[in-house]
Design a protein around this ligand. Structure first.
Ligand SMILES: [Zn+2]
Length: 160
């Protein structure tokens, strides 16, 4: 089937069809369905399935930079509700877990041994920790998105 014939069959211009093929124009769902109907293909055959191997659910892993949280494909952050989310990148710093200083220190040691660089930040200020005693201090640990999966397994082994 020629581009022109297909364009005519679904009621769009040949230029539009060309732009869709070049990836310069995202067709509407309605148009996608029309094209599929004409070609006798499913939506997945034509438009989906490209990144089926990325992640278990086939969806993107998204990242909220203000919370440093990753979550499954969604248009807003489940923690702060921000819509300023984007696809997670390997170098994004992601929240791993929060722990008291002692198990947290063990976690950090094991991560270090696995060549996973970890950032730690106290969830209460240093002055507050001094007043309340370090036993109440909680440390938040962050790792690169690339290392998150492995780091989570290590944290789970320590029941963190
Ligand atoms: Zn957020």
């Amino acid at each position: 089937m020629t581009q022109k014939a297909l364009a005519e069959a679904v009621g769009i211009s040949r230029q539009t069809m060309n732009a869709i093929e070049q990836g310069e124009f995202n067709p509407t769902i309605r148009l996608c369905r029309a094209i599929c109907r004409v070609l006798g293909k499913s939506l997945d055959d034509l438009f989906g399935a490209e990144d089926k191997d990325n992640g278990e659910n086939g969806g993107m892993i998204m990242y909220c930079a203000s919370c440093r949280m990753v979550f499954d494909e969604d248009t807003r952050c489940p923690v702060c509700g921000s819509k300023k989310v984007r696809e997670a990148m390997p170098d994004d710093i992601c929240f791993l877990t929060e722990a008291a200083p002692i198990p947290g220190g063990m976690l950090k040691d094991i991560l270090d041994q696995n060549d996973i660089s970890v950032l730690a930040s106290s969830s209460i200020g240093a002055a507050m920790a001094m007043r309340a005693g370090t036993m109440f201090e909680r440390i938040r640990y962050y790792v690169r998105f690339d290392d998150l999966e492995k780091a989570k397994e290590i944290a789970a082994d320590l029941s963190l």
